[in-house]
Design a protein around this ligand. Structure first.
Ligand code: NDP
Length: 311
């Protein structure tokens, strides 16, 4: 039996694509993953309060939002499979999508495997993850833990600059920890950072450990020039050192950009292979928001539906 549509990935993009495709009676199969690329449900599963997803005026917990999306997809008839896709073959039609013990053939595929925020894996990171350490200021910045206290952001790119500026609204002081002696962020962001009276840039330092009781209270920094160690008393540590798109599965089949993100063409979610679309963070390193991922998931499902009808 050949399926009409398989969706790979279960973040906001995947579930939104599933909701639209199921309502269009495509009977989509959604592989929600098991452990590849993190938890089923994507990056919001490791977030606490989501305050900026429209429709929830009081905010909503990340895992609850994903549970609701999942339920909505099931309600409309999407079939969910909790397993990791380990191979795809887009070289022959119908396409083949396989887990370790299941092989599915499908006319169309939407890839929504997301991206994983890079971590430093310093000592104490697991203990304080979501209790002071986070990879998303826009998601977690309003947490009471970070109000009127000193926090640190690691990284020197546009994300780090944005997160540092964002956190100046809540924290009393923001320490920007840069491993080299230059910022990679755009000129305008650099100027904002360097001229902000709440931001102090520490050059050539790397965090090496996190300390506290139940919540984060301090980190140790290592000077990259002379290896000396210093302590910084902060209640928050935000990683903004880039993301890794979860595209290993598609290398050699789908066109990827120089950073490994799937290339989509024009104002669509179409990839280089007709019948394969990509939505969410796997094809977006700029916006990376739940709402933009959901939006592109919707686009991909509508594009797939039209393509299947034409065929
Ligand atoms: P980038 O790859 O641009 O920057 C990553 C930063 O993290 C660099 O400063 C890098 O240091 C540092 N870094 C990497 N690994 C480590 C590590 N192990 N320890 C310490 N520091 C580390 O990623 P971004 O997420 O900032 O940006 C990705 C893309 O998205 C860029 O093209 C950016 O322009 C774009 N973007 C655009 C925005 C906008 O236009 N509003 C907002 C956010 C992102 P080093 O420089 O030494 O390598």
């Amino acid at each position: 039996m050949v399926e009409q549509l398989v969706i790979i990935g279960s973040g906001p993009a995947g579930y939104t694509a599933a909701i639209y495709a199921a309502r269009a009676q495509l009977q989509p199969i959604l592989f929600e993953g098991f452990e590849a690329g993190g938890l089923p449900g994507g990056q919001l599963m490791t977030t606490t309060e989501v305050e900026n997803f429209p429709g929830f005026s009081e905010g909503i917990q990340g895992p609850k939002l994903m549970k609701e999306m999942r339920q909505q997809a099931i309600r409309w008839g999407a079939k969910l499979i909790t397993d990791d896709v380990i191979t795809v073959d887009f070289s022959q039609r119908p396409f083949t999508i396989a887990t370790s013990d299941l092989e599915v053939k499908s006319h169309a595929v939407i890839v929504c495997t997301g991206a994983t925020a890079k971590r430093l894996h310093i000592a104490g990171e697991e203990e304080f993850w979501n209790n002071g350490i986070s990879a998303c200021a826009v998601c977690d910045g309003t947490n009471p833990l970070f109000q009127n206290v000193e926090i640190a952001v690691v990284g020197g790119g546009d994300s780090a600059a944005e997160e540092a500026l964002y956190m100046t609204k809540y924290a009393s002081k923001v320490h920007l920890l840069v491993r080299s002696d230059r910022l990679r962020a755009s000129k305008v962001m650099q100027e904002r950072i360097l001229n902000h009276d709440k931001i102090q840039v520490h050059w050539r330092v790397l965090p090496i450990s996190a300390h506290g009781s139940d919540i984060l209270q301090s980190i140790q920094l290592q000077d990259q020039k002379d290896s000396s160690i210093m302590e910084l008393k902060v209640s928050g540590l935000f990683y903004a050192i880039g993301h890794t798109p979860n595209t290993q599965l598609f290398a050699g089949q789908l066109d990827l950009d120089e950073k490994g993100y799937i290339k989509t063409y024009g104002k669509t979610t179409a990839t280089n292979i007709a019948g394969v679309w990509a939505a969410g963070d796997v094809q977006d390193h700029i916006y990376r928001q739940a709402i933009t991922a959901a939006g592109t998931g919707c686009m991909a499902a509508l594009e797939a539906e039209r393509w299947l009808v034409e065929k």
